[in-house]
Structures are given as structure tokens and as C-alpha cells.
Design a protein around this ligand. Structure first.
Ligand SMILES: *Cc1c(COP(=O)(O)O)cnc(C)c1O
Length: 407
């Protein structure tokens, strides 16, 4: 086993030298020649039973070599024997519920709020035929019934950076598999499987891709749990496009450097935001009191680059005054992104449940990017420091903002 930065650069590239290529090949084939159709039938059968490889990919919904290399690299970073990639983070969440509950006849999920609003909405919707009980991390054991097939947690949690002790939740879950959404921490800062998580889930759209130009998801786990996930992926067709596999795999090479650099900025910005008169509550695992269980240094290798804060003023007004920071959902990109969870990512979570899980209506979520931290600060500081009417940009009729006048 090489060290993290080395694994990030070299993972999933074992066959490139034999192929005589340096960059990751993008295999766009939808189908593969099968001169011996009996042999091809055995390959199809193997994939239908959840195999990772067979003598031919047969058809791109069953297997794709470009996506498989990305999976191998991500599994190496998470320290698991396998990983299974999907067309989006939500497709990955859906597949985990289908594999853990629908395929096994279980009808109940326990989830610890807050979680990503889309996951919350999926679990509350009943769409997959499962009922969800929301519990605190301490209440997980009490919430589990014989029908429970899965426990769903996020740490740090989207959007308020709540931390939870993965090993403690795994212990309370007993025999029930636990999925940890590791999107915020990335494998650079946290490996949930090492603390007993059965499934480690990522929205690859965020830090793994890292440049805001690819949608994808991935689940790292052992081979026993990977096989049903692959079966679900074949049946439902929730595959990752090979171009997405290529972009996320390429993103992994710089993932440690990007996360470490953005994290340095976030630590600095969290301290300054905490002291700013325009903010109320500031949430970042680096701040005093944010990690009472001492998880940083044991479960996590650092506090990460996501933070959240409440505003004294209308959060929408603060966002409208920003000039550099991108006002948009998503996170983990090279540029700093800000969004208002109650209006956007967590809009579909009932207000009372959102408030009760520590996500107030005036909370803003900030994904710190790779710009010079002083420029990010200048922008946040002016936006939090009250109206500046001559700078005010009215939305154009199309709904897009006009370019700012230069001054
Ligand atoms: C964005 C996100 C998801 C969903 O991922 P998509 O790629 O948008 O489908 C799931 N979990 C977390 C924590 C996220 O931030």
C-alpha cells in the first residue's frame, strides 16, 4: 500500500503500461464484439450475478473499463476491496437502499438528520417502498426494528457540519449495515470503512470531480456488498458515463492537494467569520467546541473545507452582494460556492424537521475553493458588512445576473 498522495496519482492505472498508454483511455463502446456467443453468455451471466469482471464487457450497461479503473482507484483511497460507480450521487444513494433493503425484503431505514436534502427527500418520499425513521445518533439502536435494512448517516453533515462518531453508530446498529455519506470529508480526510461502515458513499460531482463539470456517484465497500450493487446498477441502468469516469478518475490525482489547500483557507475563514459582527453561529469542525468527541485526529485527518454560518441580516441580501464567491448549489469545486440551504438544497425537508436538526432558515453554506483566501475574505466581509446600494445588481429579466460594472 502506497501513501495517500501516491495512491491518488497512481490508483487504477495498473494496466496502462501494458496498453502502452500514459493517459487514461476513454472507452466509449456501448457494445463489444462477441464472436463466441456461448462464451459471451457466460460473461453476461457473471455480470448478472454481480461480478466485477468477465471475459468480455458484453455491453456497456454491464461493464465499462474506464469506469472500472475509476472504481479501483476510489476503492484504493477508501481502503475497501471494491467500489461501484453510478450516474449521480442520488443514483448511488438509491442503489444502496435498493441493495440493502429492496433486494433483502427489508422495509425500514433509520437515518440521522441532517443529511443532504435530496437524500432526505428520497427517504421520506416512500418512492422505494421503504419507510424511514429519523433518529439522533444516540437513538439509532432504539429506532432499529427487525424490518430495518439500513442506517444512513453523514459526517460532516450537509449542510451544518455536524460530526458524529462512526464507530459508535456502527456499534448501535448491530447487524444492520451503515452507509456513511463521505462527500464532505472525501477519502483524503476520512475513511468510514476503517470505522466499521458497510458502505462509503460519495457524490463524485463534488470534490472527486472537483471542477464542477461532471455528475457522478460512487459507493466503496467490500466485494460481498459490491455484487448486489452491481446487480442493481445493471437492472436499473443507473450507470456512470465513461467520460464521467474519466473526469472523476483524473480528479482523484489532485484531490489531496485540492482538499488540503481549500481546508487551509476554510480554517482561516471560519475564524474570521466567527469574529465578524455580521454573522451569528459559525460552524466548522476547526472552531472551539465544534468537536466535543475529539473526532479530528482520530476519525478525521482534518476539519475540511466546508463551513456554514448564520447571518444577522437576510441571507439572500448577503448573497446578492457577493462579487467573487459563486452563488450556486453544489460544492467541492475549484471556486468558492455559497448557497442558502433552506431555499435550495434543503428546501424539500419539512421546515420543522430542518430547524430541529440544527439547520436554521438563515444558515448559509460555504464551500471554500482555491482562490487566494484574502480575496475570498474581502468579498465575504463586504457582503456581510451591510448595504452598498451603488453595487447592487438587479437580476435581469432572463433571471441571470448582468455582469458587474468594473470599478
Ligand atoms: C450533492 C450530494 C449528494 C447527491 O449527489 P448528486 O451527484 O447531486 O446526485 C449526496 N450527498 C451529499 C452529501 C451531497 O452533497
Amino acid at each position: 500500500m502506497t501513501r495517500l498522495r501516491t495512491t491518488a496519482v497512481h490508483g487504477g492505472r495498473d494496466d496502462l503500461a501494458d496498453l502502452g498508454v500514459h493517459a487514461l483511455p476513454i472507452d466509449l463502446s456501448t457494445t463489444y464484439p462477441i464472436p463466441d456467443q456461448t462464451e459471451g453468455g457466460y460473461a453476461l451471466q457473471a455480470f448478472a450475478e454481480g461480478a466485477a469482471h468477465a471475459t468480455s464487457p458484453v455491453y456497456s450497461r454491464l461493464h465499462n473499463p474506464t469506469v472500472a479503473r475509476f472504481e479501483q482507484a476510489l476503492a484504493a483511497l477508501e481502503g475497501t476491496s471494491a467500489a461501484v460507480a453510478f450516474g449521480s450521487g442520488m443514483a448511488a444513494v438509491t442503489a444502496v437502499v435498493q441493495a440493502a433493503c429492496v433486494l433483502t425484503g427489508k422495509t425500514h431505514v433509520v437515518a440521522v438528520r441532517p443529511i443532504y436534502g435530496g437524500t432526505d427527500h428520497l427517504l421520506s418520499s416512500g418512492l422505494l417502498g421503504v419507510r424511514t425513521t429519523y433518529a439522533t445518533a444516540d437513538e439509532v439502536a432504539d429506532a432499529i426494528t427487525p424490518e430495518t435494512g439500513l442506517v444512513v448517516v453523514e459526517t460532516p453533515a450537509n449542510p451544518n457540519l455536524d460530526l458524529l462518531d462512526i464507530a459508535a453508530v456502527v456499534a448501535r446498529a448491530g447487524d444492520v449495515p451503515v452507509v456513511v455519506d463521505n462527500t464532505f470529508a472525501t477519502p483524503v480526510l476520512q475513511n468510514p470503512a476503517a470505522h466499521g461502515a458497510t458502505y462509503v458513499l460519495h457524490s463524485g460531482t463534488k470534490y472527486l470531480g472537483g471542477h464542477g463539470d461532471v455528475l457522478g456517484g460512487v459507493v466503496a465497500c467490500d466485494e460481498e456488498h459490491a455484487a448486489p450493487l452491481r446487480q442493481v446498477r445493471i437492472i436499473t441502468g443507473a450507470v456512470l458515463h465513461p467520460l464521467g469516469g474519466y473526469l472523476m478518475h483524473r480528479g482523484l490525482a489532485t484531490l489531496p492537494l485540492r482538499v488540503e489547500a481549500a481546508q487551509r483557507g476554510a480554517v482561516e475563514l471560519a475564524a474570521r467569520l466567527d469574529a465578524h459582527p455580521g454573522t451569528g453561529l459559525v460552524r466548522h469542525p476547526s472552531l472551539p467546541g465544534a468537536d466535543p468527541a475529539g473526532l479530528i485526529g482520530t476519525q478525521m485527518r482534518g476539519p475540511g473545507a466546508m463551513l456554514a454560518f448564520t447571518t444577522r441580516e437576510d441571507p439572500a441580501a448577503v448573497v446578492r452582494r457577493l462579487r467573487l464567491v459563486t452563488p450556486a448549489v453544489s460544492l467541492g469545486s475549484v471556486d468558492t460556492l455559497i448557497e442558502h440551504p433552506a431555499a435550495l438544497t434543503h428546501r424539500l425537508v419539512p421546515d420543522a424537521a430542518r430547524e430541529a436538526s440544527g439547520v436554521p432558515a438563515n444558515l448559509l453554506r460555504l464551500s471554500v475553493g482555491l482562490e487566494d483566501v484574502e480575496d475570498i475574505w474581502d468579498d465575504l466581509d463586504q457582503a456581510l458588512s451591510g448595504p452598498c446600494e451603488q453595487d447592487y445588481i438587479k437580476p435581469s429579466s432572463s433571471g441571470f445576473r448582468e455582469p458587474a460594472a468594473s470599478h
